[in-house]
Design a protein around this ligand. Sequence first.
Ligand SMILES: [Zn+2]
Length: 386
Amino acid sequence: MRDIFQYIKLADVTLREGRQAQGFAMTPASCMSFMRLIDDFGVDIVELNHPASSSELHSFIQDAIALPGVQAKLATHVRCVRRDLELAFETGCKNIHCYISASRGGLREARETFKRSVDDIKAVSDECLRTQANLRISFEHTFALDLDFLGDAYLQLADMLAVSRLGFADTTGSCFPDKVLDYVHNIACIVPANIPFHFHFHNDHGLAAANFLALYSIADQLQRELVFDVSVGGLGERNGILSFGDVLSIMYLRNKKELERRFNLQSYKELFDFVRQYVNGNNFVRRDPINPAAFTHSAGPHLKGMLRDGSYESIDPNSFGMRAIYNVINSGTGWRGVKAWIKESFNCDIKEESAKCVAAEIRSLTAQHGSLHEHELEHVIKQYLE
Ligand SMILES: [Zn+2]
């Protein structure tokens, strides 16, 4: 029997998910330094960012791939749409983490989105095979989807040559381990064991580590590779995601010797301290599920979902006397969030085209400088106000 650790792979997402955390800002140069540190630590995969967000992030990904001597597999993260996939191939990145948008519980919408996604994957599959890129496809809100639908969808994806890994995302961090295990067992029965599963656990309700432990405990039964997204300090949107701290603590208790063999634990403090410099200190702790950042939404598609039906809010902030905050100053922001934020902050309507320009400029500037000062932001917005 293989050692249980052999089934577990860690994908660092600090540079993508982490950058969506409120108050976290890194320049491209600091991202490169981070890459060196995380690679020295021995993580299996490093997820870079969205090449479709801005030309600056597209260039950053190309620069990161060109870094000599990196051992970890490097990955990009894109929506499962043809344009994004083509941009991802263009970067030369060999691992493409792709997600299918879904709102919580909307089966009809999920079916339609899936159909479009399959068409888009088919349209790029020759290019995918030619460039030898590996596609990981994951549904947002996986555990809120109908299990029969998910099984049919993942079986269809597993049959596609271009698809090499399937993902499970607890996008609002509200799924309990029993349901996670039920879904994983069911899908594992129908999808061949040579297709690894990839997990993304948010931590809004403190369940991320519990779900990691639940899967870790059955890894030898599943007999397939399990990849987990982790970030330094658990940094991520709202209350963050599964943290290296929790994963390493659990693995340490289970098999300290093997953990020390796999990872350069001595270098972890340097990595942690490095990231801490770029974070608002208050956010860099294991967080209370109702701290103010828990209701801060950042990524463009998430802001869109919030405006549509509150898809990304699994705790009503009003219950605790708080309110949702739209953090539009980040490299993945979108026009709908920007438009709503301008309306709220300046009591001013802005046209769709203008909101798209403001969003693109914010994405570009934050990709270059990490963050924006208030006066810089005002300058960007004032150009487009009516
Ligand atoms: Zn996430």
